[in-house]
Write a protein that binds this ligand. Structure first.
Ligand SMILES: [Zn+2]
Ligand SMILES: [Zn+2]
Length: 161
């Protein structure tokens, strides 16, 4: 079983490629487009109830980037609310097709977490952590191949990624 898990891992050359490439994404209707440069600070599955509502699914999977690694074009709308942590969260979406594009959290200033499903090619991205596993829907699956936390661990993006 362990061999099957490690068999999915990318080779080192692929990891180098994800660090150097510019990755492009966009919404369902194509009016919002974005580019992110290089390597994200973290790629995470989040099963929190807010991600479930916003995504309409069991969890969301996102890649966190510094804002200076991100360029976004097209009109967006946003919905802001206060999370249980006390931080303000802004969810940015396309007002035409409602695709969820990214999220910002005042707990991680200067960073945006793009939704991995809006990338045109996300095959080089590997989730590194699962959070809010306690909120897993009975019909959803936890990715147990990565460290898994019941809630949000005490984690901050590194200063110089
Ligand atoms: Zn759209
Ligand atoms: Zn969440």
């Amino acid at each position: 079983m362990a061999a099957a898990l490690t068999g999915n891992r990318h080779h080192a050359a692929d990891i180098v490629e994800v660090e150097l490439r510019t990755h492009r994404g966009g919404c369902l209707c194509g009016s919002v487009r974005y580019e992110v440069d290089g390597k994200p600070a973290v790629v995470a599955h989040c099963h929190c109830i807010n991600c479930q509502k916003a995504s309409g699914s069991g969890h969301s999977t996102g890649a966190m980037y510094r804002d200076d690694q991100l360029r976004l074009t097209g009109n967006t709308a946003s919905y802001k609310y206060k999370a249980d942590s006390g931080h303000e969260v802004a969810r940015v979406f396309c007002p035409t097709c409602s695709s969820s594009i990214l999220g910002r959290n005042t707990g991680s200033k200067g960073f945006s977490t793009i939704t991995l499903g809006t990338l045109y090619d996300s095959s080089q991205f590997e989730p590194q952590v699962t959070v809010f596993a306690r909120n897993r829907k009975s019909w959803d699956i936890i990715d147990e191949s990565v460290p898994t936390f019941d809630a949000q661990p005490d984690w901050k993006p590194p200063e110089n990624v």
